[in-house]
Design a protein around this ligand. Sequence first.
Ligand code: ZN
Length: 172
Amino acid sequence: MAPLPMNRDPVLPLTIIEAHAFLDLALDLAHHAQQAGDVPVGAIVVANGKVIGKGYNQKECRQQPTAHAEIMAIQDAANHLGSWRLGGCILVSTLEPCPMCAGAVLQARLDAVVYGALDRRWGALGTRLDLIAVGFNHIPRVHYVPYSPCEQILTHFFAQRRLQKKGEARIN
Ligand SMILES: [Zn+2]
């Protein structure tokens, strides 16, 4: 069977155990987003096995369209390094990056992206769009590592939100 477009690189930059451990850290951040009423997505930037950037979705709480988890983590890592160049670093996100965040991955020259759930609505690293296949002059390695808690946190969030909306409709 042909590999998924997002898993065209044969070797994962992390072991599966490492990928899951970093996805767990990103999930902790996703919970912060959820507590603030934002869609629960979390991301970290890893360099030499260490976390140098953290972010979670803050679009609602900041009323900023660009405050996605991946952008926040990339900005945090750039601040940490004092450089926009994040070569040698890996972005680990609970969700497949959107076109904006995938664009930021290219701009930051990140080595690799690992994500734990597909985004069928906005995914730009293989699902709705494959930004890597365009052939820009930087090509990061991309790996989708299916990790059910990354999908579950979103399913749960949207189910809760639907229930809430139903309740509100009844009151009104
Ligand atoms: Zn995004």
